[in-house]
Design a protein around this ligand. Structure first.
Ligand SMILES: [Zn+2]
Length: 122
């Protein structure tokens, strides 16, 4: 395991982790960046956000916005928000047309973080 201490970037693109989430890598002190395809649960990403805020990961936040044509809302033209967590049935929502859902999911992430910080399993 000692060799992993110097690992700075981890690519977990097609890995499907069920039980432990990011737990095995949270202690890798040299780790600066994790690249994933949103293949972890919201809980896992919230945990990463709380315990390792120094690790750069696009999904360690309630959502990310990808400014590419594919993610443009067909109704209003705004870029859709992609919410973190493969436990969500649908993950992309327009900030204008799906305002209610966007608020709900942003609050969900905050609530999960709050519970993790309080030491409760979600
Ligand atoms: Zn829209």
């Amino acid at each position: 395991m000692s060799g992993l201490e110097s690992l700075t970037e981890l690519r977990l693109l097609d890995i499907h982790v069920t039980e432990s989430g990011f737990q095995p890598v949270l202690s890798l002190k040299g780790l600066k960046r994790i690249v994933t395809n949103n293949t972890f649960t919201t809980y896992d990403f919230a945990e990463l956000n709380i315990f390792r805020p120094d690790i750069e990961c696009e999904y360690a936040a309630p959502y990310r916005i990808r400014e590419i044509e594919y993610f443009k809302c067909k109704k209003c033209g705004a870029y859709k928000m992609e919410f973190s967590g493969n436990d969500l049935q649908r993950r992309t929502f327009c900030p204008n047309c799906n305002k209610k859902k966007v608020i709900e999911l942003t609050e969900r992430f905050t609530e999960i973080k709050r519970k993790i910080a309080a030491g409760n399993k979600v």
